[in-house]
Design a protein around this ligand. Structure first.
Ligand SMILES: [Zn+2]
Length: 275
């Protein structure tokens, strides 16, 4: 079970496999199932972790926070599966209402599941951030959410919209408890985090990809030529210093990445949750 591999590697937050589930009525059970599977992994992990697990110090005291299940919600572009989640350019006539209606049922089902929080991730543009914020308000969702954006230039989100504008939308939404960057090459994260922190004092989360870039024409990830992306872990200290509260990995990272992050954090006196 993949979730278990991540928990064994030291993860505090596991994301459900609901990112790309399309919301037709017959798919609703898949959403619920994705949460159940994550909860099963948590149970198995807690029953089986030993004093050698990363959750325990040498004297057996649990030092990590609780394990949380975050229900993953991908963008509209992720369902189109045409690469538009990585460019953020939707139809010209797309409206806030269209996006809200598109996401409404899935958000409600996941919010009513046993998940601990909703993870709106790889948000590619401002309009979708607004749609999510309004939806949380309209549906009066009671579990907390995080908003996470992706970038391919280190300055703006992938659509070209300002990261500052996007983070401001997340900051203004009372349902959002953390704002951050995911699925973005590690080398871009520090600058984006600084921009995010200018407009919010909410905790910042960072879970980059391993540094490849997405070729939306060829529909594949192309290895990065950027120096330093290979050593994802070497960035952790910088991200911590810049104020990252939650750290983890997105596409092409593995339990090995999470284990390495956990090791770095466990050497700090005040550790951050890992996802
Ligand atoms: Zn990703």
């Amino acid at each position: 079970m993949v979730h278990l591999d991540y928990l064994d590697a030291g993860a505090n937050i596991i994301l459900t496999a609901s990112y790309q589930v399309i919301v037709q009525e017959e798919a609703e059970h898949l959403l619920a199932r994705s949460v159940e599977i994550a909860l099963e992994a948590k149970k198995i992990y807690l029953e089986n972790c030993t004093k050698d697990s990363l959750d325990f110090t040498e004297n057996g005291r649990i030092v990590k926070g609780p394990i949380l299940v975050a229900a993953s919600i991908g963008s509209y572009g992720a369902y189109l599966a045409d690469g538009s989640e990585y460019c953020g350019i939707y139809e010209d006539d797309i409206t806030l209402d269209t996006l809200k209606d598109f996401h409404r049922r899935r958000v409600k089902v996941l919010a009513e599941s046993a998940a601990d929080l909703l993870a709106f991730e790889t948000i590619p543009n401002k309009i979708e951030a607004m749609a999510f914020a309004e939806l949380l308000e309209e549906e009066n969702i009671t579990i907390p959410s995080w908003f996470s954006f992706n970038s391919k230039d280190g300055v703006n989100v992938v659509s070209g919209d300002s990261i500052v504008d996007c983070a401001s939308i997340a900051d203004a939404c009372k349902h959002v408890i953390a704002v951050g960057i995911n699925c973005t090459p590690p080398r871009f994260v520090h600058g984006l985090m600084s921009a995010v922190r200018k407009v919010t004092s909410k905790p910042v989360l960072v879970y980059p990809n391993s540094g490849e870039t997405y070729d939306s024409v060829g529909k594949e990830l192309v290895p990065s030529t950027g120096v330093g992306d290979v050593d994802f872990v070497s960035y952790i200290g910088t991200w911590r210093e810049a104020g990252a509260s939650l750290l983890g990995g997105c596409c092409r990272t593995t339990p090995k990445t999470i284990r390495a992050i956990s090791r770095v954090l466990s050497n700090e006196s005040c550790s951050s949750p890992t996802l």
